[in-house]
Write a protein that binds this ligand. Structure first.
Ligand SMILES: NC(=O)C1=CN([C@@H]2O[C@H](COP(=O)(O)OP(=O)(O)OC[C@H]3O[C@@H](n4cnc5c(N)ncnc54)[C@H](O)[C@@H]3O)[C@@H](O)[C@H]2O)C=CC1
Ligand SMILES: O=C(O)C(=O)CO
Length: 307
């Protein structure tokens, strides 16, 4: 980036605080934030006239007020696609970890309390033959579906739009026009839609109660799509069989009552955390910046109607 642009980097390892972000927004033509930098309407209101592009280092843009940016003539781009396969891998890993009770097994080994193989020890649930319900059948949702098919799972999905036959056919996926219907059917639900005003608490207490008590939920998207308090209550009451979470409603804050549950696997937002993805995300940011600087539309432009 420094070879192509006059770069003013944030201090190594530390995100910009709000004051420093405002200063950056006033000085820069292009801002490169990451998903933990909240770029809301008041902050955009403080931006200078120079700012023309926010080239986000990340796929999710729920931390950026894209509509306000647009109104102010500021474009927003992101880095989709290059982290799809890694995030889908992590969705699969969470599913396996919860259904096959991997962290419970590991705890026994670490605590030195394993007493040897026994026919009824740590019995989990087989993935094959179970129904996976995918909420948000975009890039990551489809990548997860491809993997889950290989594990013998039956794919169901709810999405804003039904996939065209060329995509739906090979997955033998069943589309549910109504989310309620998919939630009722699934043995595993995976959240793969973005966090937007229309997806906030899409899985609320009422919908969570529609799930089978034997069902588990996996979230590698954004915590806000699930009512985390309702989920926690139901997991504690045994009204749901388990959860595998990479993301949380309060960003970095994990509900401490979730930590106590053996049937819940918690990861620190690491779905896309591979060296390969991070490098390719950086390349995408550069391509978006340079294309814009050359006077063209950045290839990964985010427009409010996409959200
Ligand atoms: N855990 C992690 O490290 C990562 C998390 N993510 C999260 O995953 C999200 C999804 O990423 P992609 O699959 O690349 O996005 P995408 O845009 O390809 O797919 C999202 C899908 O959700 C659907 N959708 C949107 N609103 C909906 C609604 N109200 N009801 C039903 N479906 C709806 C869209 O139609 C689309 O098919 C990102 O927005 C980001 O928040 C992305 C990368 C890594
Ligand atoms: O890119 C995103 O949206 C993430 O959540 C982390 O890569």
């Amino acid at each position: 980036m420094a070879e192509l642009f006059d770069v003013h980097p944030a201090p190594e390892g530390a995100p910009l605080d709000r004051e420093a972000l405002i200063a950056a927004l006033q000085e820069a033509d292009i801002l490169v934030p990451t998903i933990t930098d909240v770029i809301d309407a008041p902050l955009l209101g403080a931006a200078g006239d120079r700012l023309r592009l926010i080239a986000n280092y990340g796929a999710g843009v729920d931390h950026i007020d894209v509509a306000t940016a647009r109104q102010r003539g500021i474009l927003v781009s992101n880095t989709p696609g290059v982290l799809t396969e890694d995030t889908a891998d992590m969705g699969m890993a969470l599913m396996l970890a919860v259904l096959r009770r991997m962290t419970e097994g590991m705890a026994k080994m670490q605590e030195g309390v394993w007493e040897g193989w026994a026919p009824e020890a740590l019995l989990g649930t087989r993935l094959g033959g179970k129904t996976l319900g995918i909420l948000g059948m975009g890039r990551i949702g489809q990548a997860l579906a491809r993997r889950a098919r290989v594990f013998g799972m039956d794919i169901h999905y709810h999405n804003r739009r039904r996939l065209h036959e060329g995509l739906e056919g090979p997955l033998e996926a069943t589309f549910h026009e109504r989310l309620d219907s998919m939630v009722t059917t699934a043995d595993v639900i995976s959240v793969n839609c973005p966090h937007t005003p229309s997806t906030f608490h899409l899985l609320n207490a009422r919908r969570l109660k529609l799930m089978k008590p034997t069902a588990v939920i996996v979230n590698t998207s954004r915590g806000e799509v699930i009512d985390e308090n309702a989920l926690t209550r139901m997991l504690r009451a045994g009204e749901l069989a388990g959860a595998g979470l990479d993301v949380y409603e309060r960003g970095r804050g994990v509900n401490p009552r979730l930590r106590e549950l053996p049937n819940v696997v918690l990861l620190p937002h690491m779905g896309s955390a591979t060296r390969e993805a991070r490098l390719e995300m950086g390349e995408k940011v550069l391509i978006n910046m340079q294309t814009f600087a050359d006077g063209h539309r950045p290839p990964d432009l985010v427009v409010p109607s996409m959200l």
